[in-house]
Design a protein around this ligand. Sequence first.
Ligand code: PHE
Length: 409
Amino acid sequence: MIMTARETSGTRTHLTVMPATGRNLEGPRLMQMNAIRATLAAALLTLAAPFTLARAEGETIKIGAVLPLTGGIAAFGMESKDGIELAVEEINAAGGVLGKKVEVLVEDDKGDPADTTNAVSKLINTDKVVALLGSVASSCTLAGAPVANSAKVPMVTHNSTNDKVTQVGEFIFRTCFIDSFQGATSAYVAAKIIKAKTAALITDVNSDYSKGLGEAFVAKFKELGGTITSEVSYQQNDVNFSSQLTKLKGTPADVVFIPGYYTEVALILKQAKQLKIGSVFLGADGWDDPKLLELAAEAADGTYIVTHYSPDQKSPEVEKLLKAYQAKFKRDPAVTDALAYDSMYVIADALKRAGKVDSLALRDALAATKDLKGATGTITINKERNADKAAIVLKVEGGKMKFVESVKP
Ligand code: PHE
């Protein structure tokens, strides 16, 4: 069952969004149409049996994308989808890859690890994609990666930062830095920029991202001479943080580090402001979305964010992306837009060097990615299949995220 997201007369954008396996989001009419289509397709397949090889080779190169299009981190998923769509459009307009057009099949994992596992299996086994892009939350990518790795289909995540993600195996890559670096950078911001001597943490206990980032922060902050005053926790979808914040108020810290995602973080910041907690709040890439500013409003002012990208760090690639986003989406790209856009180019570049549409050849080519210039920096895949890129420090002032400095690994 395939629903084409954007199909204008004659021009297909080669981005297909599919409803999650086993469910029909389109109602009876489409179900009926699909039944007819399926019968027709089966009939055609029988007729065209001798040509299945040619068909499998196809006119398009199929890539699967697993993204949270709904749920608490949906903004990240929707932005990723836009970034991929723009990159695919540009790549195809420039002639495609290896003489073929690229087609991306998008599955919604809702930010839920179990859905990621299912989506990855479906894209590999049913849709026969040559590579996968995604997911966003580290817990999701960690759940999908073993499936891709044992099927020997390369999976490239644009922003899952937990250290363990690429340790799953030889077929798992990422185009961003990892949390030991992001956590250490956050600790540097706390100790050196904010000049904090004490820090408290609010961690999401069910998130691999949150736990790993929190641990990396604590280790580096202590190394820099700081003291951790308290650590409290929450779970995704929590809405009331008063008990945690009251506890933090009892043991005041110079900095409160929250390795979480924008939906909960926005609520925490608002409630902390109500409780008049005077600490400086600090977060990482999970905060970096226009949604945070929208949801937290002035409660976000004065906070610091460690992330992957800032439009203020001008480069020809950033200028090009800003222009293209205004033209196509009438908005500026957020960090996940930029990371997803770059990652699509990383896959296209590797496919070209692989010289054929083959997952094994593509894996080797991805591993050899070197000096690819993107909007989020220059991408070289290292021996651990990660990208060593600089981290960007932002400060929220007057409802805007402002560039503070860039920190090299
Ligand atoms: N780094 C986050 C994770 O691993 C995901 C993320 C990255 C979200 C960048 C937003 C922006 O879970």
